[in-house]
Design a binder for this molecule. Structure first.
Ligand SMILES: Cc1cc2nc3c(=O)[nH]c(=O)nc-3n(C[C@H](O)[C@H](O)[C@H](O)COP(=O)(O)OP(=O)(O)OC[C@H]3O[C@@H](n4cnc5c(N)ncnc54)[C@H](O)[C@@H]3O)c2cc1C
Length: 390
């Protein structure tokens, strides 16, 4: 089989699908994509239930980007449903916008106090700025200290403990920075230039990306049982593969976790169907001070189906990834020790010829979808350039 293909791509999420398409289309390569799951799309996979509601199997995925190239690229394969995500935090029954913004401020403090704090925030940071909880906590002004204390206790602390199993101080600052404090009245969760949902869903978008005569896809095909490495050579089903290899799976699994497993957080998703038109007023409600789950997402808000008597919600329960059967590693736990461990695995791949690591698992990082598409396009540029195809 190996000799029939120029490129082997392992994994068919955004990383694998986009690089596969680019190598087939721009470099004229015969591409084999192998995927261990029974479906394409990686964690962005969606499906329609018996009521016609489009659901995201692995948690809510909202597309947003500032990369024009990424938006234009994906727009070749999908039309977009106009959608700006909004999230509320349930703080002891009161629903306030998240990221915490000036509207949240006025819903939390009495008007006179809120006005005073707003002025101080604008004076200190500037209107329309994004501030991390760390930056807010570093302030010395009494009113800003009070605000920082409120936001930390009611928005960050318990949510982070549930999500990461530890307090905000012990998670990488890049993680808490993903949910800033917004010095504006903009209730949208993302402020990116381009945002929306693929009109017919992500799976349909992936089908279109993969629809190329030089792409062959094998589902239910786990690289761990089909790929072996010896010195600088890679073997697919015992036959040496001499072409380009793009690996988007978990790097430790590729080496049987020989240096120990890379730590991750996982999630359990619980779907519930309710016989009402709407369950909640916005796409996602975060439970920041109580409940064992972190958030509830109601898909119809995101995916746009019109149904007057039924809706589906999803509750997310984070936990430690133990590698037990069926568990999925979702979030890399970034700290010096884990990054060092990752580097040990990465070094093992450095000697492999024309072997490239791409994607959230192979690079042991959190990436949004747009960032992964951008990286896949950049790697394709590099490989096409090397081949003299651009
Ligand atoms: C709960 C949740 C919500 C998210 N929401 C958003 C959002 O709203 N917006 C956003 O931009 N991003 C979001 N993301 C991030 C998004 O999921 C990632 O950016 C995206 O999945 C990265 O694509 P990928 O191809 O790197 O990884 P994946 O999607 O994980 O794809 C990797 C693929 O490789 C396959 N694979 C792994 N090992 C092997 C093997 N040994 N053999 C064969 N195949 C293998 C896997 O089965 C999988 O299909 C979210 C992530 C999570 C966890």
């Amino acid at each position: 089989m190996s000799s029939a293909y120029d490129c082997l791509v392992i994994g068919c999420g955004f990383a694998g699908a986009v690089i596969g398409r680019e190598l087939a289309e721009r470099a004229g390569k015969k591409v084999l994509i192998i995927e261990k799951r029974s479906h394409i799309g990686g964690n962005a996979y969606d499906f329609t239930n018996n009521d016609g509601i489009l659901l995201h199997k692995y948690g809510p995925h909202i597309f947003h980007t500032n990369f024009k190239r990424v938006f234009d690229y994906l727009s070749r394969f999908t039309q977009w449903r106009d959608y700006s995500h909004e999230v509320l935090a349930n703080v002891y029954g009161r629903l306030i916008p998240v990221p915490f913004n000036l509207n949240s401020l006025y819903m939390t403090f009495e008007p006179h106090k809120a006005k005073k704090v707003e002025e101080k925030l604008i004076f200190t940071f500037g209107l329309n700025k994004k501030v991390t909880i760390g930056e807010l906590k570093a302030q010395t002004d009494d009113d800003l200290v009070e605000l920082a204390d409120y936001v930390y206790k009611n928005i960050f602390l318990y949510y982070t403990q549930k999500q990461w199993g530890t307090s905000p101080e012990h998670v990488d600052p890049s993680v808490t920075a993903r949910v800033p404090i917004l010095i504006s009245h903009d209730n949208r969760y993302f402020q990116d230039t381009y945002q929306g949902m693929p009109a017919n869903g992500y799976t349909s978008l992936f089908e279109n990306i993969l629809n190329h005569p030089d792409i062959t896809l094998l589902l239910n095909y786990d690289a761990v049982s089909h790929i072996k490495m010896k010195d600088d050579k890679v073997f697919l089903d015992d036959e040496e593969f001499t072409g380009t290899i793009i690996y988007t799976g978990a790097i430790d699994e590729l080496f049987s976790c020989c240096f120990g497993p890379l730590p991750y957080r996982t999630l359990d998703f619980e779907f519930e169907t309710h016989d009402v038109e709407w369950y909640q007023e916005k796409g996602t409600i975060n439970y920041t001070v109580d409940m064992p789950y972190t958030r509830i997402t109601e898909f119809k808000h995101l995916t746009g189906q019109v149904l007057s008597n039924r809706t589906v919600i999803m509750k997310e329960y984070p936990g430690e990834y133990t590698g037990k059967n069926g568990q999925i590693p979702y979030y890399a736990i970034l700290n010096n020790k884990n990054v060092e461990l990752y580097q040990k695995y990465k070094q093992r791949t450095d000697s492999l010829n024309d072997f490239h690591l791409l994607g959230r698992l192979a690079e042991y990082k959190y990436y949004n979808m747009d960032a992964i598409v951008e990286r896949a396009l950049a790697l394709a540029d590099q490989l096409c350039c090397k081949e003299g195809k651009e």
